[in-house]
Design a protein around this ligand. Structure first.
Ligand SMILES: [Zn+2]
Length: 148
């Protein structure tokens, strides 16, 4: 079965460890997601592609409980729609991104919890192509040593 990343060019795929594709200003170091043609901080058009950290922490969240009016066809209808979490995720000290969460139950989300980028099936096209989107999933912190 063929797979396609949606939207295209937003995350690395195929990849064992996918990363979001952002941009970094060569002049002032500001990082954006998604890629912007010019810097939102200093206005210069010196943006270069930059892969973002795969791990982050949850800063704010909500639950999308009705079908969003997105500027693209999601293939969902009010009948097929399933609520999902949306979070503001701090990626290292680099950038904050707003993203879908794999967890939709607000009771299972906590401020500062560790998240990891995941690529998840979204829908299947009529020709069998699987459409994949990115989301952030709760993860265990890396490099945690048992306390003595
Ligand atoms: Zn800049």
């Amino acid at each position: 079965m063929s797979q396609v990343a949606f939207p295209p060019g937003v995350f690395t795929w195929p990849a064992d460890e996918p990363q979001l594709i952002g941009s970094r200003c060569a002049a002032c170091g500001a990082v954006t997601f998604p890629i912007k043609p010019s810097c939102p901080r200093c206005g210069r058009p010196d943006m270069e592609e930059r892969l973002l950290p795969r791990r982050g922490t949850l800063v704010a969240w909500t639950t999308q409980s009705f079908l969003p009016k997105e500027p693209y066809a999601s293939g969902e209808t009010d009948q097929t729609f399933v609520p999902y979490g949306v979070g503001l995720v701090q990626l290292g000290d680099v950038v904050r991104v707003e993203a879908r969460l794999t967890e939709s139950d607000p009771g299972k989300l906590t401020f500062g919890m560790d998240l990891e980028l995941a690529v998840v099936p979204f829908r299947v096209e009529d020709d069998g192509t699987e459409v994949l989107i990115f989301a952030f999933a709760p993860s265990l912190p890396e490099d945690i040593e048992p306390s003595a």
